[in-house]
Write a protein that binds this ligand. Structure first.
Ligand SMILES: *Cc1c(COP(=O)(O)O)cnc(C)c1O
Length: 386
């Protein structure tokens, strides 16, 4: 079927890593719901020996996501956090990690409450100006952790500029690409060493699986990744791998609609008399719009906004009165979600700390779905006016 590596994104999303089933010709990768594989004789197998180590459904998904990120090696995990856990286990006690300071809450919790106990050291710094990070690097610094766009403030970090610093200092650069997806942003092409996904979000796309993934190019990183995946065992199931494969087939068309809907909602919010600030990287007045434009091919479906007067009650009023948007954690599914970071995702962060990065009482975060835009805007309008 030609060299799938040269295919364009949408073709790869549907075909990369996927072959008709060798036993039956089934066009869809079967759910190989099996723990073990019969060996014709001692020391001989058909490439699979035990499903923690590898499984055909999972292997198809890993090959597919690897192709989308333009990597060479990929591994799927039980959750996004299990994937991050694998990256951290590549490091040793005493190693330092330099991390962006505006970070997914679960990542921060894993860093601080688990891996600090094993003597990994974390430093949280503002990476909006890449030229400033060199000063934080010491002999112990072994990895830079970047999330872009960030949650919930939609800050953008210049991956290529950070990669110059990490390469120059021989440090790993890992990028959480969950918000952008490989359709909009490919960190390995920009010089990163490892890209991480919460497949739970846009890749799966249907709010029906919890899963993580890692992709890299370098063989020595891949060896560690597969060793840890097998040794620690935080793998994804064949059923979930099947669901993610099915979800990814429409990633490109879903993302186009997420981006188009988000653009119209961002513009509607900017002009709304009750709205104060709107955070969406596609807006020309977004502080990092130029970097977003350079490193992303679209601006994504996540928007945060605050209300004039900054009253928590006003935000909760909107949340209570929307009918199509659902009040829920998570993001990236076909259905629109709405949330209040201060009481939901970011409640654990002290008030002063969160306000310093812009997470104010009236901040609302929306994951714009792929419903009809007229209905979404009408829903927000009636909720504002109620
Ligand atoms: C959800 C999320 C994670 C964690 O992924 P899980 O699949 O929930 O474990 C990590 N990073 C970002 C940016 C996320 O949105």
């Amino acid at each position: 079927m030609g060299d799938k590596k040269t295919y364009k994104f949408g073709t790869k999303a549907i075909h990369a890593g996927i072959e008709p089933d060798s036993a039956t010709g089934a066009i869809m990768t079967p759910i190989y719901q099996t723990s073990t594989y019969v060996q014709p004789e001692v020391g001989v197998n058909k490439g699979f020996a035990y499903s923690r180590t590898s499984n055909p459904t999972r292997a198809a998904l890993e090959a597919n996501i690897t192709a989308l990120e333009n990597g060479h090696y990929g591994a799927c995990f039980a959750s996004g956090l299990a994937a991050i856990d694998c990256i951290l286990k590549m490091l040793k006690p005493g190693d330092e990690i330099l991390s962006t300071n505006d970070l997914y809450g679960g990542t921060y919790r894993l860093f601080r409450t688990i891996f600090e106990q094993y003597n990994l050291k974390f430093r949280f710094v503002d990476m909006s100006d890449a030229s400033q990070i060199e000063q934080y690097i010491s002999d112990q610094t072994k990895m830079i952790w970047v999330e872009t766009p960030t949650n919930p403030m939609m800050n953008i970090i210049d991956i290529q500029s950070i990669a110059k610093v990490s390469n120059h200092n021989n440090i790993l650069l890992a990028v959480d690409n969950t918000f952008a997806t490989p359709y909009l942003q490919r960190p390995l092409d920009l010089g990163a060493d490892i890209v991480m996904h919460s497949v739970t979000k846009y890749l799966g796309g249907h709010s029906d699986v919890v899963m993580g993934a890692l992709v890299c190019k370098d063989e020595s990183i891949a060896k560690k990744m597969y060793h840890i995946q097998n040794a620690s065992g935080a793998i994804t199931s064949p059923m979930d791998a099947f669901l993610a494969l099915r979800g990814i087939k429409t990633l490109h068309i879903r993302m186009d609609r997420h981006c188009a809907n988000a653009e119209l909602i961002a513009k509607y919010l900017v002009n709304h008399p009750k709205v104060d600030k709107v955070y969406w990287p596609g807006l020309k007045n977004h502080p990092n719009h130029a970097i977003a434009k350079k490193q992303m091919s679209g601006y994504g479906g996540m928007i945060s906004f605050s209300l004039k007067g900054n009253q928590k009650e006003d935000a909760l009023h909107v949340l209570k009165n929307v009918k199509i948007f659902s009040l829920a954690e998570s993001l990236g599914g076909v259905e629109s979600l709405i949330g209040h970071p201060v009481t939901m995702t970011h409640s654990a962060i002290p008030k002063e700390e969160r306000e310093a990065i812009g997470i104010v009482d009236s901040l609302i975060r929306i994951s714009v779905g792929i419903e009809d835009i007229e209905d979404l805007i009408a829903d927000l309008e009636q909720a504002f006016n109620k």
